[in-house]
Design a protein around this ligand. Sequence first.
Ligand SMILES: NC(=O)c1ccc[n+]([C@@H]2O[C@H](COP(=O)([O-])OP(=O)(O)OC[C@H]3O[C@@H](n4cnc5c(N)ncnc54)[C@H](OP(=O)(O)O)[C@@H]3O)[C@@H](O)[C@H]2O)c1
Length: 341
Amino acid sequence: MSESRDPIPGSATARALPPDLQGKRVLITGGTGTTGKTLTLWLLSETDTEEILIYSRDEQKHHELQLDPEFDPARVRSVIGDVRDLDQLTHSLKDVSVVFHTAAMKHVHLAEQHPIEAHKTNVLGTRNVVEAALAQKVDRVIASSTDKAVDPANVYGNTKFMMELELLNADRERAGNTRFDVIRHGNMLGSKGSVVPLFIEQAKKGCLTITYPAMTRFWIGQKDLVDAFHRCLSQSGGGEIHIPRSPACRIDVLAHAISEEANQDVIGMRPGEKQHEVLTAISEGPRLRDFGSHLVVYPPSSTSPGGEPVADDFQLRSDLAPQLNISEMRSLLQSEGWLTE
Ligand SMILES: NC(=O)c1ccc[n+]([C@@H]2O[C@H](COP(=O)([O-])OP(=O)(O)OC[C@H]3O[C@@H](n4cnc5c(N)ncnc54)[C@H](OP(=O)(O)O)[C@@H]3O)[C@@H](O)[C@H]2O)c1
């Protein structure tokens, strides 16, 4: 399977931007990545966003995006840049109203080996996004975070935890009118370099490498991810962490869903990996509200949060969340375009 699949599976109704953001310019850091491309296709197909600036480093990925007819060159513009480069970011954010900050070092094992590099991109890079957004009076910044940022057990999770703090502190300080929010979610089904494309490739050779069969992970598809960004843009007052609720499954269930026949070779957990993930910390409980389809961690200053309060010991855990069985996982993979019917 390639990454050029149906734009946003299952998107039945258009998700327009709030009136004050319509017809404006959006910049996506990491716009050539899986999340960035998903958000770009949403903006192109369902909103009247005037221009989408794709901000990332590797010129080859920009070149490939420009060759892809799905990315209308009249509305999508490449900007070669690094989030570590404050000058380039500040320059690029001129006349931009919304930033989706998705650029990151995200491979757990590489961040373990290069903690300072992960810190430079994920923490200092985010600090630059904040400073540039404030300097250019951007209206909204929404950043992608991960379950690994909760009770972090590895370098990647720690850097994303600090990324969240950078954004939430910036919102609390209210040095300008820019509002900063976070979307925290589990594994994006089939993202670049993730286990789904790996298993699909390995299945062709008849053996899948399983780290730990009983390991569980949350799984989110493109539609639910776009819904989360749209909801956050439309509803947040700033300083919020939006957490879409998604199902989970064991890693051996995912492997069976991808191939019934292939052998499973258990290779053991890698440094920094957890057996189960959590999407909310117990310490967030007093500020956490449940909306059914999603949860929101509100800032301490919030006086009228919506939703329902959660129990004192509540945690959204991948081993306790609704578990997908093999056929449900297969259906999800099919609906996202990763498996054929
Ligand atoms: N994938 C998941 O399962 C998952 C789950 C939860 C949260 N997230 C979060 O979602 C975000 C996107 O993940 P993804 O899976 O879409 O990642 P991805 O496909 O690997 O894309 C990452 C993007 O970031 C860019 N990038 C990396 N370092 C950069 C830098 N220093 N300056 C500018 N651009 C940079 C990359 O392009 P260049 O390398 O060319 O610069 C690429 O465009 C990340 O913040 C990640 O932490 C992902």
